[in-house]
Design a protein around this ligand. Structure first.
Ligand SMILES: Nc1ncnc2c1ncn2[C@@H]1O[C@H](COP(=O)(O)OP(=O)(O)OP(=O)(O)O)[C@@H](O)[C@H]1O
Length: 830
């Protein structure tokens, strides 16, 4: 018992003597309530008072700074913890309310913005509100010129760097304005980076102090310094994780901005996603594998730019801080020596850096090719299986995979030699030089004064060595980032190419990859010609579909000199005007009468394969250009025209309802007050109502499947008719829309179109469809065409002629049957 009280007394005395010896603070008469206040007041006075002992002042500074950082770290941790607790409580309280039944996951705001509720975390009830702002069209029009004139006026600039110029343009997308939240994040990150360096400096000094305490056997001072060490460890570790977190957050924010920017141009009413194939850079790996570029390259670019920023900013700040501090310790000579060393080694390393930018770009392209081929395989499994094409596909996939592996290995292989050099120079040479420079002041002081104060020398050496090593580490990280910059150059170039092509294609002056006028421009020097490759006129909101002297030309780099499929095509539905043919003798003047038909007129386009029938539809849909100046296309406004492609399209992972109402979204469907009852009626009209029996009630409408595989060929085509019935456009263009449907059903569907008085243009190879149409446009395949009014005497005569030919053929049937019998007999003998 007595033993215990003696040791407690000893401890008490030790604790009282500790502040006295370390800080000159006498705590013997101070009560518990005033303890903290007295200590803080004393520390503050020590710092403020210039007459206080140097040792005491330094220690007071260390203790106060450590305390400040620790309190800041602890309080931010507590605030975050409280915030989490409160938000969890709020969520729990929210979930206890009756569940909200949502039919839609998004809400449209008046200003065009959308609010979406997306589930997050495992609990599906946790929904996050995401606001998607409306797009700013002016921004794209403005940025277009940045990309268009990029690199054209750089000759006058002395220090022109393609990489930096590209980056500065892309940077405007990543951080659109100074007050953007990303600017704020960058500012916080810089703050933490500075704080990190400052803390390292502080830790280096504390390290030196602790070693000095040990060498000089000052146990109490050692304890105080150790306590500071543990306390400073809190903000130090917090800073590092904060830097990492901010780097990830910034990378994600950049990715959001860049992807949004790309999507807005790639997927809008100007149909850039389709027209991309005509750009003169369409074959470049960036555009050929655009899926890979938009997903992988954007991610890699954003990660790379953020890590390069941190990797450069960290060592640069370190270099500035440490060199200022070291200059006091090592003198100007020492610091100049260190930097000369950096520059020489930096130069050597830069010279030996392999062309990583190019290699990384190639590797990315190879990854895209390999991925894309697999995608293609998945999309065409049945076709390949029918053809027994496994061997060819395997060879191709293996070849692509081998190429990808080669590219990956190549990047690693070229890095090996460089890494050896880098390690030798940065790890060992620099450390050795660090020892040399750190020892300089000690050697000089000892030599000049003749006194060798081991304790102080030890502290100096420890601090200098630590800082030298940190400086070397900073320098080496800066050198390592040469490699990272090389990689970033590759990604920046790919992203810039992607954006430049998208801007070009998205522009209203897109010339479909034509290079003709550029040559003209060089020869003629008239810049006004450049944008006038596509010179035809399109008239919108017309009450019909009209072609006036349109040359149907396949878009290519040859522009209007490209392959012409049809010459000066001219027609109109409903045919209210006199259609006058002045083309060639293959064209026949159609009736002079004014056909005053209301809605319900129709035209059949006939012609051999590859004659340009679908191309007419492409021009109507405005996805192909009209090159000739006197060509005029008149089309009805947006929802009045509906073009059905040869292959019916079904959205991936959609419900049956989504397929029926395509291209309307389910949200809009319900927003507009449509009901499933309508769809059921429509399914009945196109005789697809039996599908509904596969689900209970109308549940089948909500069934999600790969509909392009689930539905048969004929069903897919009938779905197309259901879409017409749902959208009720006034004009429909059908491309081979009934070739998989039985004759009876075809008859029924065409009559349905007529019953609902749709105007339609049918593209087909089967003259038997003539009976459902008023006009017939025959494409001959040699640029000529012929328009026939099927109600005229002439058309009737031509049909009668066809009947006569068929009857003649029928007369030969007996002879052919005899021949067949003879052949069968012969076969029986064999
Ligand atoms: N994107 C393109 N690039 C190059 N040529 C094309 C392109 N699209 C179509 N063509 C060519 O244009 C020609 C006409 O094509 P189109 O699809 O209009 O023929 P079609 O008359 O509809 O034939 P089919 O009856 O076989 O469908 C074809 O020779 C085709 O190869």
């Amino acid at each position: 018992m007595a033993q215990t009280s003696i040791s407690t007394e000893k401890l008490r005395r030790l604790l009282l003597r500790l502040p006295y010896e370390c800080l000159g603070l006498d705590l013997s008469g101070v009560g518990r309530s005033k303890f903290v206040k007295t200590v803080l007041k004393h520390l503050w006075q020590l710092i403020r008072n210039p007459n206080s002992a140097v040792n005491h002042r330094k220690r007071a500074q260390i203790i106060l700074i450590t305390l400040a950082f620790s309190v800041a770290t602890a309080s931010s941790g507590v605030i975050y913890g409280l915030y989490k607790v409160v938000s969890n409580l709020r969520t729990t309280a929210f979930t206890q309310k009756p569940a909200m039944r949502r039919t839609r996951s998004q809400i449209m705001l008046d200003n065009g913005a959308r609010v979406m509720y997306v589930p997050y975390e495992e609990n599906a009830d946790n929904k996050k509100r995401v606001l998607i702002r409306p797009r700013n069209d002016d921004r794209y029009e403005h940025d277009k010129f940045l990309f268009k004139y990029f690199g054209k006026n750089n000759t006058s600039q002395l220090f022109y760097s393609k990489f930096l110029s590209q980056l500065s343009i892309i940077y405007r997308i990543l951080v659109p304005k100074f007050t953007d939240r990303n600017s704020f994040l960058i500012a916080i990150q810089i703050f933490f980076l500075v704080m990190r360096t400052w803390l390292s400096l502080f830790v280096a000094r504390l390290d030196g102090q602790i070693v000095k305490d040990i060498i000089s056997g000052k146990g109490r001072k050692f304890l105080v310094d150790l306590l500071c060490w543990f306390l400073i460890a809190f903000p130090a570790s917090y800073t590092n994780s904060a830097i990492k977190f901010l780097q990830r957050k910034l990378s994600l924010n950049f990715r959001i901005n860049l992807t949004r920017y790309i999507h807005d141009m790639y997927l809008d009413k100007r149909l850039a996603f389709y027209k991309l194939t005509f750009d003169n850079q369409a074959s470049s790996s960036v555009i050929a594998n655009i899926d890979n570029s938009i997903t992988n390259d954007v991610t890699k670019f954003c990660d790379a730019i953020c890590s390069v920023f941190a990797n450069i900013a960290k060592p640069v700040i370190d270099l500035v801080f440490f060199s200022v501090y070291l200059r006091d310790n090592l003198g100007t000579f020492g610091i100049v020596g260190i930097f000369v060393n950096y520059f020489i080694t930096g130069f050597i390393l830069k010279r030996w850096t392999p062309p990583l930018g190019k290699l990384v770009s190639k590797r990315s392209a190879a990854e895209g090719d390999y991925y894309n081929y697999h995608l293609n395989l998945i999309n065409n499994t049945e076709e390949i299986a029918f053809y027994h094409g496994t061997k060819v596909e395997r060879t191709k996939v293996n070849a692509l995979y081998d190429y990808l592996m080669d590219q990956m290995l190549l990047v690693d292989r070229v890095k090996v030699n460089y890494n050896i050099l880098e390690d030798y120079v940065l790890k060992y040479t620099w450390s050795a030089l660090g020892y040399v420079f750190a020892s300089i002041p000690i050697v000089i002081t000892t030599y000049t004064t003749g006194v060798n104060n081991k304790e102080i020398n030890m502290r100096e050496f420890i601090v200098n060595k630590r800082l030298m090593l940190s400086l070397a580490d900073a320098g080496s990280r800066l050198m390592h980032s040469i490699k990272d910059i090389a990689q970033l150059t590759g990604y920046t170039n790919r992203i810039f190419t992607l954006l430049a092509v998208l801007h070009r294609v998205h522009s209203t002056e897109f010339n479909y990859g034509s290079t003709v006028d550029e040559t003209e421009l060089k020869v003629g020097g008239d810049s006004s010609q450049n944008n006038e490759i596509v010179r035809g006129t399109v008239q919108k909101s017309f009450n019909g579909i009209r072609f006036e002297n349109i040359d149907v030309i396949i878009p290519s780099k040859y522009g209007k000199e490209g392959t012409k499929l049809i010459n000066k095509l001219k027609f109109q539905i409903p045919p209210v005007l006199t259609l006058d043919n002045a083309n060639s003798d293959s064209q026949v003047n159609i009736s002079q009468k004014l056909v005053s038909q209301g809605p319900g007129s129709s035209m059949l386009i006939l012609g051999p394969n590859g004659s340009g029938k679908t191309s007419i539809q492409r021009i109507i849909a405005e996805i192909w250009p009209i090159y000739n100046k006197n060509g005029l296309l008149s089309v009805p406004g947006g929802s009045d025209l509906f073009c059905l492609p040869q292959k019916a399209y079904f959205i991936q992972g959609g419900t049956f309802r989504d397929q029926l109402i395509y291209p309307m979204s389910a949200d809009t469907f319900f927003d507009m007050g449509h009901r499933d009852k309508e769809l059921v009626h429509i399914l009945g009209e196109v005789k697809l109502d039996y599908l509904l029996k596969r689900g209970k009630g109308w549940q089948y409408l909500d069934a999600v499947a790969e509909w392009k595989d689930v539905l048969s060929g004929g069903e897919r085509q009938r779905m197309n008719f259901a879409r017409i019935m749902f959208h009720k456009p006034r004009f429909v263009v059908l491309d081979e829309s009934t070739n998989a449907i039985s004759a009876e059903m075809e008859d029924y569907l065409f009559n349905l179109l007529k019953r609902y008085r749709f105007n339609f243009i049918t593209i087909s190879q089967r003259p038997s469809l003539i009976k459902y149409h008023d006009l017939a446009l025959e494409i001959a395949g040699d640029e000529t065409w012929r328009l026939q009014d099927l109600g005229t005497d002439e058309a009737i005569t031509s049909i009668e002629k066809e009947i006569e030919t068929l009857q003649e053929k029928l007369e030969n049937v007996n002879v052919w049957e005899d021949e067949r019998a003879a052949l069968t007999r012969k076969l029986a003998h064999v």
